[in-house]
Ligand binder design. Structure first.
Ligand code: DOR
Length: 438
């Protein structure tokens, strides 16, 4: 490492364990001009350097969220690029993929450009998922080539699945030619429409119309067949049932180009939560029974499910105050995802970080291999997008203390293990000691 003293004006992360895709080692990290300049034991700070304590902490590549609803444009009362990015930084993220179900939707070059522009002053990298179809209506393809030319690497009609197999096949053929990924919200409307929670024993007992697991599984099966046929990359959003996980497991063995994600609520909560009719537990796909939760955990553990994604879906209090069947689906995720993964999965910390950092970075095309700056590794010369997290810290979720503009977390009052201490975005400490710096 040559000179072991950090030069003036730099930042030293001291006393942590560096964890990235290449392995795990005790090391200090020196950052200057937005980049990591040294990694090694016993580094010291030069005059004027900022020192961040990482004692007892993991120093990881910044987390990457494949699935964030930033609500801008159109629902700024719920979230904005600025407030959502601050929540993301506090959650340890240094990049988010903004979902296109805004108003207007992100189905045109102008709309995509407007979010990319807002993202330029954010505390995380804001990538955009473009819509697959115009107005996410499933009828006409969005101008995918034009959006890809703006840097869009992932397309989805999230909030709804593309219902027509013919339309999806056509979109996949375009996606293959453009080298982009299609992300599917797997939900067959003919099976799901009118439902408000998982169809099963609890929905019968509560008298709430149900959404069967089958609504997800038929579209998973269909899209795996289409991906096999077109050789286009398909990413399956928020998988929630055991059979979906099994379908993906088999398809991967057969070489189908598929990746999948799961959201923290699908591995930490069950449909029994709806027993109080509290709309904070309403989400799409719905919370499922314990056997499905166990299958999602197993899928994350064995790599069938590649990534954890938040599906951060802010809604203002007045909309969540409606009766269960009328309230909109969705829950906050950015500020609790890491702790829920550490608390809920029981996996080694390096595996948890991989599920939240380098795996999603690569799916989103934001990793070094794709010319991006997310997901590590943490080595001299690499961009300093970093998350310093204390895997043993215990804290209790206080909805009022969240940075999101909305409050709709179902985890209020829960004590979790694992907390972000510092986040660096392009070398700037945007979170220090758990506090946002701007
Ligand atoms: O619960 C959900 N909320 N699921 C979705 O697919 C969309 C999201 C939203 O935008 O609120």
């Amino acid at each position: 490492m040559g000179d072991r003293t950090a030069p003036t004006g730099t930042l030293l992360i001291r006393g942590g364990t560096v964890v990235d895709a290449t392995g795990e080692r005790r090391a200090d990290v020196v950052v200057a001009d937005g980049r990591v300049v040294a990694v090694g034991e016993g580094l010291t700070a030069g005059p004027g350097a900022t020192v961040l304590d990482a004692g007892g902490c993991v120093v990881a590549p910044g987390l990457v969220d494949l699935h964030t609803h930033l609500r801008q444009p159109g629902s700024e009362e719920s979230e904005t690029v600025e407030t959502g990015s601050r929540a993301a930084s506090l959650g340890g993220f240094t990049a988010v993929v903004a979902m296109p179900n805004t108003n207007p939707p992100l189905d045109s070059a102008d709309a995509v450009r407007s979010v990319l522009d807002l993202g330029r002053s954010a505390t995380v990298e804001v990538a955009v998922a473009g819509a697959i179809t115009v107005a996410r209506a499933g009828e006409r393809l969005a101008p995918m080539a034009e959006l890809a030319a703006l840097g869009v690497r992932i397309f989805t009609d999230d909030g709804a699945g593309v219902q027509s197999a013919g339309m999806m096949r056509c979109a996949l053929e375009y996606a293959a030619a453009l080298g982009v990924t299609l992300a599917q919200h797997c939900e067959d409307a003919s099976l799901a429409d009118g439902g408000a929670m998982h169809e099963g024993a609890w929905s019968s007992r509560l008298g709430v119309p149900g959404i069967p697991g089958l609504a997800e599984e038929v579209m998973v099966a269909r899209d795996l067949a289409l991906a096999r046929e077109t050789a286009a990359r398909v990413h399956l959003l928020h998988l929630s049932t055991a059979r979906s996980v099994d379908l993906v497991r088999v398809a991967k063995v057969q070489g189908v180009p598929v990746t999948a994600e799961a959201a923290p609520h699908h591995f930490t909560l069950t449909d029994a939560s709806a027993a109080t009719y509290d709309p904070l537990f309403k989400v799409n796909p719905p919370l499922r029974p314990q056997a499905d939760v166990d299958a999602v955990v197993a899928g994350l553990a064995d790599g069938t499910i590649d990534a954890i994604a938040t599906d951060h879906a802010p809604h203002p209090p007045e909309s969540k105050d409606l009766p269960f069947d009328l309230a909109p689906p969705g829950m906050l995720g950015l500020e609790t995802a890491l702790a829920l993964a550490i608390t809920g999965l029981g996996l080694p910390i390096r595996q948890v970080v991989g599920l939240l950092s380098w795996r999603p970075a690569s799916i989103a095309g934001l990793d070094a291999g794709a010319g991006g700056e997310q997901g590590g590794p943490i080595a001299a010369g690499c961009p300093a997008n970093l998350c310093v997290l204390d895997p043993a810290a215990r804290w209790t979720v206080d909805p009022a203390a969240l940075a999101s503009r909305s409050r709709n977390t179902p985890y209020g009052g829960r004590t979790l293990t694992g907390r972000v201490r510092h986040t660096l975005f392009r070398g700037e400490p945007v979170v220090v000691d758990g506090r946002a710096q701007r």
